[in-house]
Design a binder for this molecule. Structure first.
Ligand code: GRF
Length: 228
């Protein structure tokens, strides 16, 4: 059993497949985080059922009735988070932009996953934009949340090849499979203190990969190996 399991809230708006990956990881007794709350801003988010099936407490704070009153919405969320004794937030497909006040209150304690290799392709429709741009590598990023959307310090990234026959769905599926591997790892690092926000940068006490990734793969570049 991990000595201290940080109490994490996962914030969602939709299907919750990343939530599913976090739930699976947190089942391990050595995982340093406990999913203590799943909070959705939409009552019909499919991820809520996933949480309930796993026995995780859920909360719905509908954003729509608040209209443009973002601070009112966030105050309602904050009350639920405090009631549940939450220490860390993981945004996982949470489709609301958060105010500077809320983000500052959770500085260094709120993570997001984004489906691109930031700073490339912040915002929406990342896979279509990657295809349109003709990049050969694409991927996903877990970062600390700062007030600028998709701008926070990067904790971890996973890269995937973009293949000539890819359409948006094929590329999205390839990236999503890596999201499901990366987010549980990154959340564990943040929960254990191995990933920290220090002076505006993400500092990691985690082994880093060496070697090169390239696509297409020139004969002169070996496929990345564990020894690099
Ligand atoms: C993921 O692609 C994530 O990177 C982005 O929103 C999507 C959420 O998917 N922020 P899911 O709800 O986790 O399945």
């Amino acid at each position: 059993m991990a000595e201290l399991r940080r109490r994490v809230a996962v914030l969602i708006s939709g299907r919750g497949s990343n939530l599913g990956a976090l739930i699976a990881a947190a089942r391990h007794p050595d995982y340093p985080a406990e999913l203590a709350l799943v909070l959705s801003n939409k009552a019909d988010a499919a991820g809520l059922e996933r949480a309930q099936a796993a026995g995780i407490p859920t909360a719905v704070v509908e954003s729509r009735p608040f209209g443009k009153d973002r601070t009112g919405f966030e105050a309602a969320m904050q009350a639920r988070l405090e009631k549940a004794g939450i220490e860390l937030i993981a945004l996982a497909g949470f489709m609301r932009v958060l105010t500077e006040g809320f983000v500052s209150a959770w500085a260094g304690r709120m993570l997001n996953i984004h489906p691109s290799l930031l700073p490339a392709f912040p915002g929406l429709d990342t896979h279509a934009r990657a295809l349109a741009a003709g990049v050969r590598l694409h991927g996903c990023t877990v970062h600390f949340v700062t007030p600028g959307v998709d701008e926070g310090p990067v904790i971890a990234q996973a890269a995937v090849p973009v293949l000539p026959e890819d359409d948006e769905a094929a590329l999205a599926a390839r990236v999503l499979a890596q999201e499901h591997r990366l987010y549980p790892a990154a959340l564990a690092w943040a929960a254990s203190g191995a990933a920290r926000l220090v002076a505006g940068r993400a500092v990691l006490d985690v082994p880093m990969a060496e070697g090169a990734f390239a696509n297409p793969l020139p004969a002169s570049l070996a496929v990345p190996t564990e020894t690099a």
